[in-house]
Design a protein around this ligand. Structure first.
Ligand SMILES: Cc1cc2nc3c(=O)[nH]c(=O)nc-3n(C[C@H](O)[C@H](O)[C@H](O)COP(=O)(O)O)c2cc1C
Length: 325
């Protein structure tokens, strides 16, 4: 990919992004999302730049990816420009489409050690990080940030600094650092920001699905979804798409298979949390919850799914929202 990657994609009005999410947006889930809508651009979970540089084993477990995940964006966090630069060079060598810098994370231990959203108030370092990375690799550099620190007065100046340091895209989460995880979404400042930048801007926060985004997009380039996408990768499809029961069961099977193939025993344990959630709006999920949270391997997943298919064979082609007790 070259530095025009985001600009060229932004010309496609319907593009959506899967948000980075620690512990969730791993290769298996990204493959599921792309399988349902190949136009979605996936962001990885965040990884420490230091960790990527110093552990070949760890880098080799998170950077190689499946062809279907392309174009894949890897998100990293850290605090000093030199480490970011080294990580960027290494990441580029794994055929990654772009690197995203986490200036979003508000966790206390992250901010106290000058990582994540603390970079919003450490503007010289933030500028240097983007500039050093942009100079060192051919792939685009993007930043995921917040409305700013305490209020949004400095959002536009901050974003312009990043643009001047050669950032190729900015994603803005509609809360300040101080608002952490609460507060109602306010779109005004994101729309205003777009008026001041040449690079594409992604809005992130409280987007329900593709149709919701269409009403909010205005002149922004993209939207990014996290919470509403999980266990509902169909949210990226238009017309308020609702999957049928068989689509959900097949997706559960696919997700588990990839997860367990990639992570072995760890994958079997992780798949438990996903399986139950996929069926959260299925009225009879409670009959299967106990079994699903105890699965040990893929064979067990398959046999439980088969049981559900047999017991509810007359519902398989029904949309999940039309299945009523
Ligand atoms: C548990 C959790 C982990 C997250 N991990 C990351 C992360 O690694 N990197 C990041 O930039 N954002 C992360 N986020 C934030 C999401 O990407 C997103 O900005 C946030 O959930 C708001 O979008 P939504 O309203 O669509 O959920 C995380 C959020 C949560 C709740």
């Amino acid at each position: 990919m070259d530095k025009n990657f985001w600009n060229e994609l932004a010309l496609k009005w319907h593009i959506a992004a899967l948000a980075p999410m620690d512990g969730f947006t791993d290769s298996a889930y990204r493959q599921v999302v792309k399988w349902i809508n190949s136009d979605v651009v996936c962001f990885s979970e965040f990884y420490s730049a230091d960790w990527i540089v110093h552990s070949k084993f760890l880098a080799n477990s998170v950077l190689p990816h499946n062809e279907i995940e392309k174009p894949l964006i890897i998100q990293i966090f850290w605090k000093d420009p030199e480490m970011f630069k080294k990580a960027a060079i290494l990441i580029e060598s794994y055929w990654i489409a772009g690197i995203d810098i986490n200036m979003w994370c508000p966790a206390k231990k992250v901010v106290r050690s000058w990582h994540g959203s603390s970079l919003m108030i450490n503007i010289d370092t933030a500028f240097k990080i983007v500039e050093e990375m942009a100079k060192s690799v051919k792939i685009p550099i993007s930043v995921k940030t917040r409305l700013w620190w305490e209020n949004w007065d400095n959002l536009i100046d901050f974003a312009k600094w990043l643009e001047n340091a050669w950032a190729n895209l900015i994603t803005v989460h509609g809360r300040t650092y101080k608002q952490a995880y609460t507060w109602k979404a306010d779109w005004t400042w994101i729309y205003e920001l777009k008026n001041h930048l040449k690079i594409p801007v992604i809005w992130n926060w409280d987007v329900e699905n593709h149709d919701d985004w269409m009403t909010k997009l205005n002149w922004l380039n993209w939207f990014m979804i996290w919470r509403k996408s999980f266990w509902n990768p169909w949210c990226f499809l238009p017309w308020d798409y609702k999957p049928t029961l068989i689509e959900i069961l097949n997706t559960m099977e696919k997700h588990s298979k990839i997860l367990i193939e990639l992570k072995g025993r760890k994958g079997s344990l992780e798949t438990r949390k996903h399986l139950v959630q996929y069926l959260h709006s299925f009225p009879w999920v409670k009959n299967y919850r106990k079994k699903l949270v105890m699965v040990e391997d893929f064979n067990q997943v398959q046999s439980i799914l088969q049981e559900i298919k047999i017991e509810f064979s007359s519902f398989l082609d029904k949309k999940i929202n039309e299945i009523i007790f």
